[in-house]
Design a protein around this ligand. Structure first.
Ligand SMILES: Nc1ncnc2c1ncn2[C@@H]1O[C@H](COP(=O)(O)OP(=O)(O)OP(=O)(O)O)[C@@H](O)[C@H]1O
Ligand SMILES: [Mg+2]
Length: 252
């Protein structure tokens, strides 16, 4: 495996113990994410996508194999990885600035620097006018953008996204995909994005990993060798979409 990879997943396996019995959830998962690359992860419900992200971000360290960030074991990498969940998980008693700023709590920055950084990322996700708003005053899409700002404010090398736009209506979803790409161009962060949506994976990803279930394994890796900005109606996307659909359907 190359040493320039931003994220290395090497023969990762995971089992859960349920009612005394061991259940294998992930088997022999290996892939790399290069610096500034976007990798989509597709797979049927229950095949272990969220589990995989939890291992990568360090929420669960009980697994086999190796996960490394820029060549260093993921658990030592601290703030280099951030995660966005399907639900925004903002604290209702904090404003947008408060929620985003929380991610800088222990950062070695002065108050003024933290303030500046929070403002910059709130601007970046287009919430300038809502910096002092509470989550209840935001729409679903705005709350999700605030969650993205909170993930990015610590300037991670890797952003993990678990169905980040899954709860949003389809038009808003398309808009946030474009916004994510705009932010990605600005920050060149490496992104792993889990989604149920084949089009979303193909529109965003440099590569799409298709998992099959029981236990979760890599069924196929699809290269999306297309420049950006991409056209959603590009015939190449349609061709890949059919291939992906067959893979996902066959893996269910
Ligand atoms: N803490 C746990 N203890 C026992 N089993 C678990 C635990 N967490 C997840 N699992 C099991 O691991 C499997 C994979 O779950 P996971 O949430 O990773 O799937 P997923 O691919 O993200 O599904 P979805 O697309 O529905 O979000 C499921 O069968 C689930 O029951
Ligand atoms: Mg999940």
């Amino acid at each position: 495996m190359s040493s320039t990879a931003s994220l290395t997943i090497d023969r990762v396996g995971k089992a859960f113990r349920l009612n005394g019995a061991e259940r294998e959830i992930l088997r022999d998962i290996s892939f790399e994410v290069g610096k500034g690359e976007i990798v989509g992860v597709l797979g049927a419900s229950g095949c272990g996508k969220s589990t995989l992200l939890r291992l990568i971000v360090g929420l669960d360290s009980d697994y086999s194999g190796r996960i490394a960030v820029a060549g260093v074991a993921a658990t030592d990498a601290g703030r280099k990885i951030a995660m966005v969940f399907q639900d925004h998980r903002l604290f209702p008693w904090l404003t947008v600035a408060g929620n985003v700023g929380l991610a800088l709590d222990t950062a070695p920055l002065s108050r003024a620097e933290k303030h500046e950084r929070v403002r910059a990322y709130v601007d970046l996700v287009g919430l300038t006018d809502f910096i002092d708003a509470y989550p209840r005053q935001l729409s679903g899409g705005m709350a999700q953008r605030a969650a993205i700002a909170r993930a990015l404010v610590s300037e991670p090398d890797i952003l993990l996204m678990d169905e980040p736009f899954g709860a949003l209506d389809s038009l808003l979803r398309l808009r946030l995909q474009d916004e994510l790409l705009r932010i990605w161009q600005h920050r060149a962060v490496s992104i792993v994005v889990v989604t149920h949506d084949i089009e979303e994976a193909l529109y965003l990803g440099d590569r799409v990993i298709v998992l099959e279930a029981n236990p979760g394994r890599i069924r196929s890796v699809i290269d999306v060798d297309m420049d950006r900005p991409r056209r959603r109606d590009d015939p190449r996307i349609n061709t890949l979409k059919r291939a992906c659909f067959d893979l996902v359907a066959g893996a269910a």
